[in-house]
Design a protein around this ligand. Structure first.
Ligand code: F3S
Length: 279
């Protein structure tokens, strides 16, 4: 039996950086993260055990001057940032630099008079935050149908950006549909390379595998996308959170097994699954 572990499985640069920034804050007084730092219940539980609490709203009474608030890699809107400043908390900004770049792009493009189109999932916190940096009209497009239905005024200038974790091929398809409508469009592919590389490697491994294991949190959208990609190539694709969810006997009856993991899956979980498959 051969087991191939994707080199790009697990934490990307931005998530690694954000998680390290939280751990660095421990012991420096009260520390909160605004939303869970990553989509991984185990990491969040470990942080809680070390005194780091999650706040869900900026109305939280514990936000008093001097406490630390870590902004996660998804980023926050300008308005939320300003609220935190007003409250006098210590802001530890762990927004991924690639996401920060999108905030700067949409701000600048709006100033140039362009309306913004974000290719992504409207309910994703990263997209919600990006919307909060657009001072011009903003539309979020996720599906072919939405792209088909999109209309702007003839004189409207547009700027298209993408959620960092969006599927590259889907992005291209949606941009193509919008481009055919003849507007003045500036398109910036802001998909993060970490995602592209992880998706490409997962596709290649899944295409050769009899069984493919995708490890990641239930709510992690990038893990869900990895699962979709792998399932397309390999019928026996399993989506698991930890080793406990895996039917090892089934996997071990296969001769060629692949493993990948979403951007917020800690290394120890990946290693545990990898080792169990090798045993
Ligand atoms: Fe950043 Fe890319 Fe990760 S945008 S948070 S390095 S997926």
């Amino acid at each position: 039996m051969s087991v191939t572990l994707a080199k790009t499985a697990g934490f990307c640069f931005g998530v690694k950086r954000a998680v390290n920034m939280v751990y660095d804050e421990i012991g420096k007084g009260s520390v909160f993260t605004y939303g869970p730092i990553i989509h991984n219940e185990e990491v969040v539980a470990d942080l809680k055990a070390r005194g780091v609490d999650v706040i869900q709203t900026l109305e939280d009474e514990r936000l008093v001057p001097g406490v630390s608030v870590v902004i996660r890699s998804h980023g926050i809107s300008r308005e939320e940032y300003e609220t935190l400043e007003r409250k006098g908390v210590r802001i530890v900004d762990a927004t991924c630099p690639f996401v920060k770049k999108i905030h700067k792009i949409v701000e600048a493009q709006a100033l140039e008079g362009r309306s913004i189109i974000i290719i992504g999932n409207d309910r994703h916190p990263e997209v919600e935050a990006i919307k909060g940096w657009c001072k011009s009209p903003v539309t979020v497009i996720e599906t072919i149908d939405e792209a088909d239905r999109f209309r702007a005024a003839e004189s409207e200038k547009l700027c298209i950006v993408s959620q960092t974790t969006f599927n590259y091929n889907k992005f291209k398809d949606l941009v193509e549909i919008i481009s055919k409508k003849g507007y003045d469009i500036r398109c910036l592919n802001t998909i993060c390379n970490a995602t592209e590389e992880r998706q490409t490697e997962a596709r290649q491994i899944a295409a050769r595998a009899d069984a493919m294991i995708v490890i990641g949190g239930r709510h992690s959208s990038n893990t869900q996308k990895l699962y979709e990609i792998c399932k397309n190539e390999c019928e026996n694709t399993y989506y698991i959170q930890t080793l406990n969810d895996l039917d090892l006997a089934k996997v071990k009856s296969m001769s060629n097994v692949g493993i990948t993991a979403g951007a917020s899956t800690p290394n120890n979980i990946i290693e545990e699954v990898h080792k169990a498959c090798l045993k």
